[in-house]
Design a protein around this ligand. Structure first.
Ligand code: AMP
Length: 419
């Protein structure tokens, strides 16, 4: 029996894999231009980092983590998200003792044991950006604008931005209590009733129709914001407007944990069916303290690369790219020629000309077929007689025109022809 990729995972293969690389680059490019520095954290972390940094009451922590003991009995978890690891790294290395905000971006695999379906995988890729150590509506707006610019640079026109504010330490408790009072009066199953007690904001995010139908009259955080939170949110909205980034207010957009404060946002795409979120983020002023650090008001986002790919597909932006072509293809005839061709393709590559050669001793006919398949513009045919003459046959595969050129000059000649 042959092996299959595990359930909920898949392989990126050429030529689509080239597009996914380009998407990762495009989503990160605006943040890099804004002074965000690259960080890479381990793929696994201490399980407690996520239990505290994502929250015990979330689906991610309670149901979806890939947790395992290492050989010394430590509990480790494959990262389900990038923010907690970034905050851990910033605190561990004291980056917050330097210039603030600390601005970083990352790109990497995330792992969640979810029910897999189109757009929802157990192994997926996010590009993320975080700005730590500043409370400033311009910073929230900056991040949102950078996310929006990433999508538009890919040609996407169907990405919608939803924004909301969750309030802060001052106004959230009263809102939470009002929401709980409302939710306790509903007809909910046991699990949801216990969520009302631990994490009532998350109930607003429930996708089940029977729950949604009951939420129509739920109190909205927007009606409970304190003046400071209201002013902060107005400023974020006004900066987005000034930057020409369109958005919709979504008073039901929530992140359920206490250390998420004020700005929250999501990028959605309507061509993706039920998994419509292509990216999201928000302010998490309390997270550093939850992880044992000092107060470090911060904001960030994570953009889903796989779903961005699907959004581009839905908008017809993925033209059938062909396999990455080489420019030149070597056809050696015989063992001596193969040794010389091996050196010649190396020389070409060092000169910046992309080159491949026939492997496996195929003979002239088979090798020329390889040259055609490679998509190369030129073939270099090297036989025993050519070797003796220190020359090689240069064949233009589009015109079939063939000329003999000295081996010593072939790199220079080709460099001129392919540029
Ligand atoms: P989150 O970390 O849950 O806020 O997710 C941020 C973004 O990552 C989402 O908007 C999605 O685009 C993407 N994402 C989250 N979970 C998955 C998943 N299971 N499969 C594919 N993409 C995902």
């Amino acid at each position: 029996m042959s092996f299959q990729a595990p359930k909920g995972t898949f392989d990126w293969l050429p030529p689509r894999s080239e597009q996914v690389l380009a998407i990762r680059e495009a989503l990160a490019a605006p943040a890099r231009l804004a002074g965000y520095g690259y960080v890479e954290t381990p793929v696994f972390e201490d399980t407690q980092l996520f239990a505290r940094g994502v929250g015990e009451s979330t689906d991610i922590v309670s149901k979806e983590m890939y947790t395992f003991p290492d050989k010394a009995g430590r509990s480790l978890t494959l990262r389900p998200e990038g923010t907690a690891p970034v905050v851990r790294a910033v605190l561990q290395h004291g980056l917050h003792n330097g210039r603030l905000p600390v601005k970083v971006w990352y790109s990497g695999s995330q792992f969640r044991y979810e029910r897999s379906q189109k757009g929802r995988y157990r192994h997926f890729w996010q590009v993320g950006a975080e700005a730590l150590g500043a409370e400033d509506p311009a910073l929230d707006a900056e991040l949102i604008v950078l996310g929006a610019r990433g999508y538009s640079s890919l040609g996407l026109t169907g990405v919608r931005l939803l924004v909301n504010s969750l309030g802060d330490k001052t106004c959230r408790p009263a809102y939470r209590a009002a929401l709980q009072a409302f939710l306790r009066g509903l007809d909910l199953d046991e699990d949801t009733r216990s969520r009302v007690e631990i994490n009532p904001l998350r109930v607003l995010d429930d996708k089940r129709p029977e729950v949604r139908a009951q939420l129509t009259g739920a109190p909205l955080v927007a009606d409970h914001l304190c003046p400071a939170c209201k002013a902060y949110h107005e400023e974020v909205r006004s900066l987005l407007g000034a930057a020409g980034v369109a958005f919709d207010d979504d008073p039901r957009l929530v992140r359920g944990l206490d250390y998420y404060t004020r700005t929250t946002f999501e990028f959605v795409h309507d061509g993706l069916g039920s998994q419509s979120a292509v990216g999201g983020g928000g302010r998490y002023d309390g997270l550093s303290e939850m992880l044992g650090g000092p107060p470090l008001p911060s904001v960030g986002w994570a953009l889903g690369v796989d779903r961005t790919y699907l959004a581009m597909e839905a908008e017809g932006l993925l033209t059938d790219t062909e396999q990455e072509h080489v420019q030149v293809y070597g056809v050696p005839l015989g063992d001596d020629a193969r040794r010389r061709m091996f050196l010649l393709v190396d020389e070409l590559r060092r000169a910046g000309v992309s080159a491949d050669m026939a492997f496996g001793g195929k003979g002239l006919k088979g090798s020329m077929k390889g040259a055609d398949r490679s998509g190369a513009r030129f073939a270099l045919i090297l036989g025993e007689r050519d070797l003796a003459a220190q020359a090689v046959q240069l064949k233009d595969l589009t015109t079939a025109e063939q000329t003999e050129v000295p081996l010593a000059q072939v790199a220079d000649i080709l460099k001129g022809k392919v540029q």
